[in-house]
Design a protein around this ligand. Sequence first.
Ligand code: SF4
Length: 360
Amino acid sequence: MLVDPWSSTTIENYEHVFKKFGLKRFPKKFCKELKHYLFERGIVVAHRDFDKIMHRIKSKKEFINMTGIASSGMLHFGHKVDIDLFKFFKSKKARNYFAVCDIDAYVSRPDSVVGSLEKAKEFALENIKDLLALGLDEQDVYVQSNKETRYYEFAFELSKKITRSTFEAIYGHIDLGKISANLLQYADILHPQLPEFEGKMPSITGIGLEQDPHARATRDIAARLPYNLEMPSFIYFRHQSGLLEGTKMSASKKETAIFLSEKPETAKRKILNAFTGGRATANEQRKKGGKPEMCKVFEFLLFHYPDTKKIDKIFKDCKSGKWLCGECKNFLIEFVQDFLEEHNARRSRFEKTAKRIMGY
Ligand code: SF4
């Protein structure tokens, strides 16, 4: 199988995957029109049916903005891209649905990662505080374990529309926990279009490329349901890699990630230890220039630093040898530490609201 939503392998050959599954490269024209750095910097790489959403944005009409995260650990900067995209669409007259997937996290992850539903709920509470601190409102967020009855009814209803062989063909394996998690994920994406929620309306969900099997299955099921639903649209973004060489940013490997609730001092240590594209000595770097394309410090800035002009300048000055790794790391440390101080102060104010969302 080329794309496994539970695997941690990076997809090297994007074009091959696009072709095989009928994804479209995200058009440059849209990137310019949307005016957001995640589009301008090639972080959003592909789409399915985004034209419909673009049309809604241009004509200032409503659309459903839906995404989610599995509460299988604390949120880190790798998750922030998904949240930033959600916030971007929220600013465009969207009807917002951010799912915090605690049931999914427990049933689809090994016990070593999420040992109980209670643990998944503890993570969910912490994740919700991050979401609210990042600017989402209480009404934008729901947790799977505290959702309306209609949502669960719908998830069970969906089970009649996918067979064992289809599941096996799409995912390559059968696992009861993952099947249950999938039914909830399909329900997360499609339920906003039920008459009890928004009714038929185009919807957009941002996902990583490796999540495409879920997108295809959701669209396949949407076509078989006895409801009049708009086919859901998807955009596909690249994942930020880990801070160390050859790693994924992962909550289970703490040195690869900076958590949104991280202490500024530990964030500093992790950035100082990050893999760079620098040369062996400062002199050599001044002569030959660095390699920002392979640098984790640069990648971090590319994914999160909002000023594109500054990013361009860092890229050029690194290549020419004018800007060295020490000053570059200090620049990132200052940016991340300022963010964390502000974020942590904000998240501590949302305990009550987060509990209310959890139904406590
Ligand atoms: Fe990376 Fe910055 Fe060093 Fe260039 S100067 S290699 S971008 S850390």
